[in-house]
Write a protein that binds this ligand. Structure first.
Ligand code: MN3
Length: 219
């Protein structure tokens, strides 16, 4: 059972000035919390609340009658993943295996950074920009609303929330400035590397993520 709100993996002012304390408090404490609570209530009605969140998402992804559960469960998962995709003093050129894969699969860091920014800015309306492993290749993608790479057989490596609630207090309508701030200063390359190596071991991306979040006491 992992339908609980994970703690932020850093203090709520740690991402300033790129994401303010006010945004992080509302985004995590109100928006993310609401998704978790709604997902939990809906899963309970179906007696699925002891199932792993990842399993619930995959089971409900193509079922219109469980659309509300899918939306809230996927948003609960996407947000837990988003907090881990960010880190204070992150961003810039990648290190480790992910750096090599970005060179070989995406044509280098500059091309990746442009693609990631374009995916974030080009997603019409609410959604997410992702770096995923699709088959054995890295890809930059975007999803709409609650949709998640987990529902498409892809392994998420990094995710950026581009719903207005993620940036409106800090940037108003300037989504491009928010995306640039995240990409240049906050990307957690260690997290991307961990997701890549977990994938190689065929282990769940989610389980270590949630355990890590539960035991985290800050930085
Ligand atoms: Mn959000």
């Amino acid at each position: 059972m992992n339908l609980t709100l994970p703690m932020l993996p850093y203090p709520d002012d740690a991402l300033e000035p790129h994401i303010s304390r006010a945004t992080l408090k509302i985004h995590h404490g109100k928006h993310h919390r609401a998704y978790v609570e709604k997902a939990k209530a809906l899963a309970k009605e179906l007696r699925l609340d002891d199932q792993p969140l990842e399993w619930i998402i995959q089971q409900t992804a193509k079922e219109d009658r469980h659309r509300a559960l899918f939306n809230n469960a996927a948003q609960a998962w996407n947000h837990a993943f988003y907090w881990r995709s960010l880190v204070p003093n992150g961003g810039g050129a990648p290190t480790g295996e992910i750096g090599k894969r970005i060179d070989s699969d995406l044509g280098g860091y500059d091309t990746f950074a442009q693609q990631f920014a374009d995916a974030a800015v080009g997603q019409f309306g609410s959604g997410w920009a992702w770096l995923v492993l699709d088959g054995d290749k890295l890809r930059v993608t975007a999803t709409s609303n609650a949709d998640t790479p987990l529902a498409h057989g892809q392994t998420p490596l990094l995710g950026i929330d581009v719903w207005e609630h993620a940036y409106y207090l800090d940037y108003q309508n300037r989504r491009a400035d928010y995306a640039a701030g995240v990409i240049e200063h906050l990307i957690n390359w260690d997290f991307a590397n961990r997701n890549l190596s977990r994938r190689k071991a065929s282990a769940s991306v989610l389980q270590p993520l949630v355990e890590g979040a539960r035991t985290s006491t800050g930085l």
